[in-house]
Design a protein around this ligand. Sequence first.
Ligand code: NAD
Length: 351
Amino acid sequence: MRVLVTGGAGFIGSAVVRHLVQDKSYDVLNVDKLTYAGTLTSLEAVKANPLYRFLRSDICDGKVMSDAFASFRPDRVMHLAAESHVDRSITGAKDFIETNVLGTFTMLECARTYWQQLEGEAKERFRFLHVSTDEVYGSLGDQGLFTETTSYDPSSPYSASKAASDHLAKAWFRTYGMPIVVSNCSNNYGPFHFPEKLIPLMIISALEGKPLPVYGEGTNIRDWLYVEDHARALDTIAEHGRVGETYNVGGRNERRNIDVVSRICALMDDLHPGGGRHADLITYVQDRPGHDARYAIDASKLETELGWKARENFDTGIEKTVRWYLENEWWWSPLRSGYDGSRLGLMNVSA
Ligand code: NAD
Protein backbone atom coordinates (compact mmCIF):
# COMPACT_ATOMS: atom_id res chain seq x y z
CA MET A 1 0.00 0.00 0.00
CA ARG A 2 1.38 3.38 -1.05
CA VAL A 3 -0.11 6.35 0.78
CA LEU A 4 0.36 10.02 -0.05
CA VAL A 5 -0.21 11.98 3.17
CA THR A 6 -0.51 15.77 3.04
CA GLY A 7 0.30 17.73 6.20
CA GLY A 8 2.28 14.82 7.64
CA ALA A 9 4.57 17.14 9.62
CA GLY A 10 1.62 18.50 11.60
CA PHE A 11 0.02 17.21 14.79
CA ILE A 12 -2.44 14.66 13.41
CA GLY A 13 -0.59 14.06 10.14
CA SER A 14 2.56 12.99 11.97
CA ALA A 15 0.53 10.52 14.08
CA VAL A 16 -0.94 9.16 10.84
CA VAL A 17 2.49 8.81 9.24
CA ARG A 18 3.95 7.07 12.31
CA HIS A 19 0.98 4.69 12.40
CA LEU A 20 1.13 3.83 8.68
CA VAL A 21 4.90 3.30 8.61
CA GLN A 22 5.47 1.65 11.99
CA ASP A 23 2.25 -0.31 12.58
CA LYS A 24 1.12 -1.03 9.02
CA SER A 25 4.43 -1.10 7.09
CA TYR A 26 2.94 1.04 4.31
CA ASP A 27 5.00 3.13 1.90
CA VAL A 28 4.36 6.77 2.76
CA LEU A 29 5.10 9.99 0.92
CA ASN A 30 4.62 12.96 3.25
CA VAL A 31 3.94 16.23 1.40
CA ASP A 32 4.21 19.23 3.67
CA LYS A 33 5.07 22.90 3.23
CA LEU A 34 6.49 23.10 6.76
CA THR A 35 4.59 26.19 7.83
CA TYR A 36 5.07 27.38 11.43
CA ALA A 37 2.80 24.44 12.43
CA GLY A 38 4.81 21.70 10.76
CA THR A 39 8.01 20.21 12.12
CA LEU A 40 9.98 17.18 11.03
CA THR A 41 11.05 16.60 14.62
CA SER A 42 7.65 14.92 15.07
CA LEU A 43 8.83 12.27 12.61
CA GLU A 44 12.17 11.35 14.20
CA ALA A 45 10.81 7.83 14.78
CA VAL A 46 10.36 7.13 11.06
CA LYS A 47 12.80 9.42 9.28
CA ALA A 48 15.39 6.69 8.67
CA ASN A 49 12.80 4.07 7.70
CA PRO A 50 13.04 3.23 3.96
CA LEU A 51 9.23 3.11 3.78
CA TYR A 52 9.07 6.82 4.55
CA ARG A 53 9.89 9.74 2.26
CA PHE A 54 9.31 13.47 2.44
CA LEU A 55 8.54 16.13 -0.15
CA ARG A 56 8.56 19.74 0.97
CA SER A 57 5.92 21.50 -1.10
CA ASP A 58 2.87 23.70 -1.01
CA ILE A 59 -0.23 21.67 -1.91
CA CYS A 60 -1.38 24.69 -3.95
CA ASP A 61 1.45 24.01 -6.41
CA GLY A 62 -0.35 21.93 -9.03
CA LYS A 63 2.77 21.14 -11.05
CA VAL A 64 4.68 19.69 -8.10
CA MET A 65 1.60 17.83 -6.88
CA SER A 66 0.85 16.21 -10.25
CA ASP A 67 4.52 15.19 -10.54
CA ALA A 68 4.27 13.66 -7.05
CA PHE A 69 1.22 11.62 -8.11
CA ALA A 70 2.95 10.48 -11.31
CA SER A 71 6.18 9.40 -9.63
CA PHE A 72 4.89 8.00 -6.31
CA ARG A 73 1.76 6.38 -7.79
CA PRO A 74 -0.30 6.27 -4.57
CA ASP A 75 -3.06 3.76 -3.83
CA ARG A 76 -4.46 6.22 -1.36
CA VAL A 77 -4.38 9.92 -0.51
CA MET A 78 -4.95 11.08 3.05
CA HIS A 79 -5.39 14.83 2.84
CA LEU A 80 -4.70 16.57 6.15
CA ALA A 81 -2.68 19.67 5.16
CA ALA A 82 -4.50 22.74 6.38
CA GLU A 83 -4.23 25.96 8.28
CA SER A 84 -5.83 24.80 11.52
CA HIS A 85 -5.71 27.43 14.26
CA VAL A 86 -9.04 29.23 14.82
CA ASP A 87 -7.50 32.32 16.47
CA ARG A 88 -5.11 32.80 13.56
CA SER A 89 -8.02 32.56 11.12
CA ILE A 90 -9.72 35.46 12.91
CA THR A 91 -6.69 37.74 12.61
CA GLY A 92 -5.76 36.67 9.06
CA ALA A 93 -8.06 34.45 6.98
CA LYS A 94 -6.16 34.58 3.65
CA ASP A 95 -3.84 31.63 4.28
CA PHE A 96 -6.88 29.60 5.35
CA ILE A 97 -8.69 30.26 2.09
CA GLU A 98 -5.56 29.54 0.06
CA THR A 99 -4.52 26.29 1.71
CA ASN A 100 -7.84 24.88 2.87
CA VAL A 101 -9.93 25.82 -0.18
CA LEU A 102 -7.54 26.29 -3.11
CA GLY A 103 -5.12 23.67 -1.80
CA THR A 104 -7.89 21.08 -1.50
CA PHE A 105 -9.11 21.99 -4.98
CA THR A 106 -5.57 21.47 -6.33
CA MET A 107 -5.26 18.11 -4.59
CA LEU A 108 -8.64 16.97 -5.94
CA GLU A 109 -7.78 17.98 -9.48
CA CYS A 110 -4.34 16.32 -9.42
CA ALA A 111 -5.88 13.19 -7.90
CA ARG A 112 -8.63 13.18 -10.53
CA THR A 113 -6.20 13.36 -13.45
CA TYR A 114 -4.11 10.59 -11.91
CA TRP A 115 -7.11 8.39 -11.00
CA GLN A 116 -8.67 8.71 -14.46
CA GLN A 117 -5.50 7.23 -15.96
CA LEU A 118 -5.50 4.23 -13.65
CA GLU A 119 -6.92 0.94 -14.84
CA GLY A 120 -8.30 -2.28 -13.40
CA GLU A 121 -7.49 -3.14 -9.83
CA ALA A 122 -5.37 -0.03 -9.26
CA LYS A 123 -8.36 2.15 -10.18
CA GLU A 124 -10.69 0.09 -7.98
CA ARG A 125 -8.32 0.34 -5.02
CA PHE A 126 -7.68 4.09 -5.15
CA ARG A 127 -9.18 6.21 -2.36
CA PHE A 128 -9.00 9.91 -1.49
CA LEU A 129 -9.70 10.58 2.20
CA HIS A 130 -10.49 14.21 2.93
CA VAL A 131 -9.86 14.89 6.63
CA SER A 132 -12.05 17.52 8.25
CA THR A 133 -13.42 18.80 11.50
CA ASP A 134 -16.69 18.81 13.46
CA GLU A 135 -16.41 22.62 13.57
CA VAL A 136 -18.12 22.71 10.14
CA TYR A 137 -21.39 21.87 11.95
CA GLY A 138 -21.32 25.03 14.06
CA SER A 139 -22.42 25.00 17.68
CA LEU A 140 -24.68 22.69 19.69
CA GLY A 141 -26.97 23.65 22.55
CA ASP A 142 -27.05 21.65 25.78
CA GLN A 143 -28.50 18.61 24.08
CA GLY A 144 -27.84 16.55 20.97
CA LEU A 145 -24.83 15.33 19.03
CA PHE A 146 -23.40 16.05 15.57
CA THR A 147 -24.24 13.26 13.13
CA GLU A 148 -23.18 12.85 9.51
CA THR A 149 -26.46 14.49 8.42
CA THR A 150 -26.21 17.59 10.64
CA SER A 151 -26.41 20.74 8.49
CA TYR A 152 -23.26 22.75 7.98
CA ASP A 153 -23.22 26.03 9.93
CA PRO A 154 -19.58 27.16 10.39
CA SER A 155 -18.78 30.09 12.69
CA SER A 156 -15.10 30.99 12.14
CA PRO A 157 -13.03 31.66 9.01
CA TYR A 158 -11.25 28.37 9.79
CA SER A 159 -14.42 26.28 9.95
CA ALA A 160 -15.90 28.09 6.93
CA SER A 161 -12.80 27.24 4.89
CA LYS A 162 -12.96 23.60 6.02
CA ALA A 163 -16.69 23.49 5.18
CA ALA A 164 -15.89 24.78 1.69
CA SER A 165 -13.23 22.09 1.24
CA ASP A 166 -15.66 19.36 2.39
CA HIS A 167 -18.19 20.53 -0.21
CA LEU A 168 -15.51 20.43 -2.90
CA ALA A 169 -14.55 16.87 -1.96
CA LYS A 170 -18.19 15.72 -2.01
CA ALA A 171 -18.77 17.48 -5.36
CA TRP A 172 -15.77 15.67 -6.88
CA PHE A 173 -17.44 12.40 -5.85
CA ARG A 174 -20.86 13.34 -7.23
CA THR A 175 -19.67 15.04 -10.39
CA TYR A 176 -16.69 12.91 -11.41
CA GLY A 177 -17.43 9.72 -9.50
CA MET A 178 -14.10 9.94 -7.71
CA PRO A 179 -13.66 7.47 -4.82
CA ILE A 180 -13.74 10.05 -2.06
CA VAL A 181 -14.48 9.57 1.64
CA VAL A 182 -14.81 12.44 4.13
CA SER A 183 -14.17 12.34 7.88
CA ASN A 184 -15.19 14.95 10.45
CA CYS A 185 -13.49 14.66 13.81
CA SER A 186 -13.77 16.32 17.19
CA ASN A 187 -10.89 18.03 19.02
CA ASN A 188 -7.68 16.03 19.23
CA TYR A 189 -5.06 16.05 21.96
CA GLY A 190 -1.88 14.11 22.69
CA PRO A 191 1.88 14.18 22.01
CA PHE A 192 3.41 16.49 19.36
CA HIS A 193 0.57 19.03 19.61
CA PHE A 194 1.78 22.51 18.68
CA PRO A 195 2.29 24.64 21.84
CA GLU A 196 -0.28 27.30 20.88
CA LYS A 197 -3.25 24.91 21.29
CA LEU A 198 -5.24 24.71 24.52
CA ILE A 199 -3.88 21.57 26.18
CA PRO A 200 -0.14 21.97 25.45
CA LEU A 201 -0.33 25.70 26.14
CA MET A 202 -1.82 25.05 29.58
CA ILE A 203 0.72 22.34 30.45
CA ILE A 204 3.71 24.40 29.35
CA SER A 205 2.45 27.64 30.92
CA ALA A 206 1.75 25.80 34.20
CA LEU A 207 5.27 24.38 34.08
CA GLU A 208 6.65 27.89 33.58
CA GLY A 209 4.44 29.40 36.33
CA LYS A 210 2.70 31.68 33.80
CA PRO A 211 -1.01 32.65 33.72
CA LEU A 212 -3.38 30.06 32.26
CA PRO A 213 -5.75 32.16 30.11
CA VAL A 214 -9.25 30.70 29.75
CA TYR A 215 -11.80 32.27 27.42
CA GLY A 216 -15.05 33.63 28.93
CA GLU A 217 -16.14 31.54 31.90
CA GLY A 218 -14.53 28.38 30.56
CA THR A 219 -17.91 26.75 29.99
CA ASN A 220 -17.46 25.97 26.30
CA ILE A 221 -17.57 22.23 25.76
CA ARG A 222 -15.32 20.22 23.47
CA ASP A 223 -15.33 16.48 22.75
CA TRP A 224 -11.74 15.22 23.11
CA LEU A 225 -10.12 12.40 21.16
CA TYR A 226 -6.60 11.07 21.69
CA VAL A 227 -4.64 11.68 18.49
CA GLU A 228 -3.53 8.05 18.04
CA ASP A 229 -7.18 6.97 18.11
CA HIS A 230 -7.84 9.47 15.34
CA ALA A 231 -4.90 8.14 13.27
CA ARG A 232 -6.32 4.59 13.53
CA ALA A 233 -9.79 5.85 12.64
CA LEU A 234 -8.49 7.57 9.52
CA ASP A 235 -6.69 4.43 8.39
CA THR A 236 -9.88 2.40 8.98
CA ILE A 237 -12.05 4.89 7.09
CA ALA A 238 -9.63 5.08 4.15
CA GLU A 239 -9.46 1.30 3.96
CA HIS A 240 -13.03 0.23 4.66
CA GLY A 241 -15.21 3.35 4.36
CA ARG A 242 -17.79 3.43 1.60
CA VAL A 243 -16.99 5.91 -1.17
CA GLY A 244 -19.09 9.06 -1.18
CA GLU A 245 -19.79 8.67 2.56
CA THR A 246 -18.94 10.82 5.54
CA TYR A 247 -17.81 9.36 8.88
CA ASN A 248 -17.83 11.32 12.13
CA VAL A 249 -14.95 10.54 14.50
CA GLY A 250 -15.13 11.17 18.25
CA GLY A 251 -14.32 9.64 21.59
CA ARG A 252 -17.43 10.45 23.66
CA ASN A 253 -15.30 12.59 25.96
CA GLU A 254 -17.15 15.87 26.40
CA ARG A 255 -15.49 18.27 28.80
CA ARG A 256 -15.90 21.95 29.69
CA ASN A 257 -12.70 23.90 28.96
CA ILE A 258 -12.38 24.90 32.62
CA ASP A 259 -12.58 21.23 33.66
CA VAL A 260 -9.83 20.33 31.19
CA VAL A 261 -7.60 23.10 32.56
CA SER A 262 -8.40 22.15 36.18
CA ARG A 263 -7.52 18.51 35.47
CA ILE A 264 -4.19 19.58 33.97
CA CYS A 265 -3.52 21.71 37.06
CA ALA A 266 -4.27 18.76 39.36
CA LEU A 267 -1.93 16.51 37.36
CA MET A 268 0.75 19.19 37.42
CA ASP A 269 0.39 19.46 41.22
CA ASP A 270 1.28 15.74 41.38
CA LEU A 271 3.88 15.55 38.62
CA HIS A 272 5.55 18.94 39.14
CA PRO A 273 5.25 19.40 42.90
CA GLY A 274 7.72 22.31 43.09
CA GLY A 275 5.33 24.54 41.13
CA GLY A 276 2.87 25.36 43.93
CA ARG A 277 -0.91 25.17 43.40
CA HIS A 278 -1.22 25.41 39.62
CA ALA A 279 -4.97 26.22 39.62
CA ASP A 280 -4.05 29.61 41.11
CA LEU A 281 -2.60 30.48 37.68
CA ILE A 282 -6.01 30.28 35.93
CA THR A 283 -7.01 33.67 34.51
CA TYR A 284 -10.31 34.36 32.75
CA VAL A 285 -10.00 36.48 29.59
CA GLN A 286 -12.46 38.05 27.15
CA ASP A 287 -14.21 35.43 25.04
CA ARG A 288 -13.25 34.74 21.42
CA PRO A 289 -15.69 36.28 18.87
CA GLY A 290 -17.99 33.64 17.40
CA HIS A 291 -16.88 31.10 20.02
CA ASP A 292 -19.00 27.96 19.58
CA ALA A 293 -20.60 26.81 22.85
CA ARG A 294 -20.50 23.06 22.46
CA TYR A 295 -19.23 20.37 20.10
CA ALA A 296 -20.08 16.70 20.57
CA ILE A 297 -19.79 13.89 18.07
CA ASP A 298 -21.96 10.86 17.48
CA ALA A 299 -19.44 8.33 16.13
CA SER A 300 -21.95 5.43 15.94
CA LYS A 301 -21.66 5.04 12.17
CA LEU A 302 -17.90 4.57 12.33
CA GLU A 303 -18.21 2.28 15.35
CA THR A 304 -20.97 0.02 14.05
CA GLU A 305 -20.21 0.00 10.34
CA LEU A 306 -16.41 -0.10 10.44
CA GLY A 307 -15.78 -1.51 13.93
CA TRP A 308 -13.54 1.33 15.15
CA LYS A 309 -13.58 2.30 18.83
CA ALA A 310 -11.56 4.88 20.73
CA ARG A 311 -9.09 3.09 23.03
CA GLU A 312 -8.09 6.01 25.23
CA ASN A 313 -10.50 7.70 27.62
CA PHE A 314 -9.86 11.30 28.56
CA ASP A 315 -8.59 10.64 32.09
CA THR A 316 -5.84 8.26 31.01
CA GLY A 317 -5.10 10.18 27.79
CA ILE A 318 -4.65 13.53 29.51
CA GLU A 319 -2.28 12.03 32.09
CA LYS A 320 -0.18 10.45 29.30
CA THR A 321 -0.16 13.80 27.51
CA VAL A 322 0.95 15.81 30.55
CA ARG A 323 3.72 13.29 31.22
CA TRP A 324 4.79 13.45 27.55
CA TYR A 325 5.16 17.25 27.64
CA LEU A 326 7.11 17.09 30.87
CA GLU A 327 9.50 14.53 29.37
CA ASN A 328 9.85 16.03 25.88
CA GLU A 329 10.87 19.62 26.30
CA TRP A 330 13.40 19.04 23.46
CA TRP A 331 10.43 18.87 21.09
CA TRP A 332 8.28 21.81 22.19
CA SER A 333 10.86 24.27 23.46
CA PRO A 334 12.22 25.35 20.01
CA LEU A 335 8.65 25.68 18.69
CA ARG A 336 7.57 27.81 21.60
CA SER A 337 10.35 30.31 21.10
CA GLY A 338 10.02 30.13 17.30
CA TYR A 339 6.71 31.96 16.91
CA ASP A 340 5.53 35.38 17.86
CA GLY A 341 2.65 34.93 20.27
CA SER A 342 2.08 38.66 20.54
CA ARG A 343 0.76 38.73 16.95
CA LEU A 344 -2.38 37.00 18.15
CA GLY A 345 -2.93 38.84 21.37
CA LEU A 346 -3.74 36.17 23.89
CA MET A 347 -2.94 32.83 22.38
CA ASN A 348 -5.06 30.45 24.26
CA VAL A 349 -8.02 28.19 24.33
CA SER A 350 -8.21 27.25 20.72
CA ALA A 351 -8.28 23.55 20.27
P1 NAD B 1 -1.58 21.22 12.10
O1 NAD B 1 -1.74 22.69 11.99
O2 NAD B 1 -0.89 20.67 13.30
O3 NAD B 1 -0.78 20.66 10.83
C1 NAD B 1 -1.05 21.10 9.53
C2 NAD B 1 0.11 20.68 8.65
O4 NAD B 1 -0.19 21.10 7.30
C3 NAD B 1 1.44 21.33 9.02
O5 NAD B 1 2.48 20.36 9.01
C4 NAD B 1 1.67 22.37 7.92
O6 NAD B 1 3.04 22.60 7.64
C5 NAD B 1 0.95 21.73 6.75
N1 NAD B 1 0.51 22.70 5.76
C6 NAD B 1 -0.18 23.85 6.00
N2 NAD B 1 -0.39 24.51 4.84
C7 NAD B 1 0.15 23.73 3.85
C8 NAD B 1 0.25 23.87 2.44
N3 NAD B 1 -0.27 24.93 1.80
N4 NAD B 1 0.87 22.89 1.74
C9 NAD B 1 1.39 21.81 2.38
N5 NAD B 1 1.36 21.63 3.71
C10 NAD B 1 0.73 22.59 4.43
O7 NAD B 1 -3.03 20.60 11.95
P2 NAD B 1 -3.65 19.31 12.63
O8 NAD B 1 -4.21 19.69 13.94
O9 NAD B 1 -2.68 18.19 12.54
O10 NAD B 1 -4.88 19.03 11.65
C11 NAD B 1 -4.73 18.21 10.50
C12 NAD B 1 -6.04 18.13 9.77
O11 NAD B 1 -7.04 17.58 10.62
C13 NAD B 1 -6.58 19.48 9.31
O12 NAD B 1 -7.16 19.32 8.05
C14 NAD B 1 -7.61 19.84 10.35
O13 NAD B 1 -8.62 20.66 9.80
C15 NAD B 1 -8.14 18.48 10.71
N6 NAD B 1 -8.66 18.34 12.09
C16 NAD B 1 -7.94 18.76 13.17
C17 NAD B 1 -8.45 18.58 14.45
C18 NAD B 1 -7.67 18.97 15.69
O14 NAD B 1 -8.19 18.86 16.80
N7 NAD B 1 -6.41 19.39 15.57
C19 NAD B 1 -9.69 17.97 14.63
C20 NAD B 1 -10.40 17.55 13.50
C21 NAD B 1 -9.87 17.73 12.24
